[in-house]
Design a protein around this ligand. Structure first.
Ligand SMILES: [Zn+2]
Length: 220
């Protein structure tokens, strides 16, 4: 009797899990949201993985994406380090979290959501590359923001650059954990300025993935 109950429970759990999970390219699964949003997210995942692979970042392990309605304040996406899981706030709910100061503010809710998919998958791909210290938050966010902006259309990149307002050379010494925490919007703008000023941004990224370049420093 007991095993029967268990098997019935298991069967119904499987059915509902199957119905609410979309299987996308590259062993990525998407759960949460409605079927249309999950299908749309799979399209964004596919495009994001191709973009990352064309720029030195290959994701070659299963990742689970959960679409949620809320996260902590100001947060629209999160990659859980070491857990192969990403949380994304659905486009309809992410708007209220997007800062009016954000250099991404001109993007439509769907385009912004797609760009966050790239940002979080870049975190997942860089996580596999590891980091020479316990954590590398500055390098991690550099990679994610560079790939997020690179995933935009030329017109969207031009609008991002206008909003960021940086028209000077940016040096590698200008990135720090304090700056990242104090002003993530300005950090994102500075990342793109620095990345796009490299003669070959993707070759530069390959050096980051192989630890030849690390923005973080070891903390005592
Ligand atoms: Zn990030």
């Amino acid at each position: 009797m007991r095993s029967l109950t268990l098997s019935v429970l298991f069967a119904s759990w499987c059915a509902s899990a199957g119905a609410e999970t979309a299987f996308c390219a590259g062993s990525v699964t998407v759960a949460g949201g409605d079927p249309a949003l999950r299908a749309e997210t799979c399209g964004f995942v596919d495009k994001a993985l191709k973009g990352l692979a064309s720029c030195s970042l290959v994701l070659d392990r299963p990742i689970r994406v959960n679409i949620v309605e809320t996260m902590r304040e100001g947060c629209v996406g999160l990659y859980h380090c070491g857990e192969d899981q990403i949380e994304l706030v659905a486009p309809a709910y992410a708007e209220q979290e997007r800062s009016t100061e954000s250099p991404f503010r001109h993007l439509s809710p769907e385009d912004f959501f797609a760009s966050v998919v790239t940002h979080e998958l870049a975190h997942a791909a860089y996580d596999a590359a590891g980091c020479p210290f316990e954590t590398c938050p500055v390098t991690d966010e550099y990679v994610a923001y560079a790939m997020q902006v690179r995933s935009l259309s030329p017109e969207q990149i031009a609008a991002f650059e206008d909003a960021g307002g940086i028209d000077r050379r940016v040096s590698r010494e200008e990135f720090s954990q304090i700056f990242l925490m104090m002003n993530p919007n300005a950090f994102a703008a500075r990342v793109w300025a620095h990345f796009s000023q490299r003669p070959d941004g993707c070759a530069y990224l390959a050096q980051i993935v192989s630890w030849d370049i690390v923005f973080d420093t070891e903390r005592p």
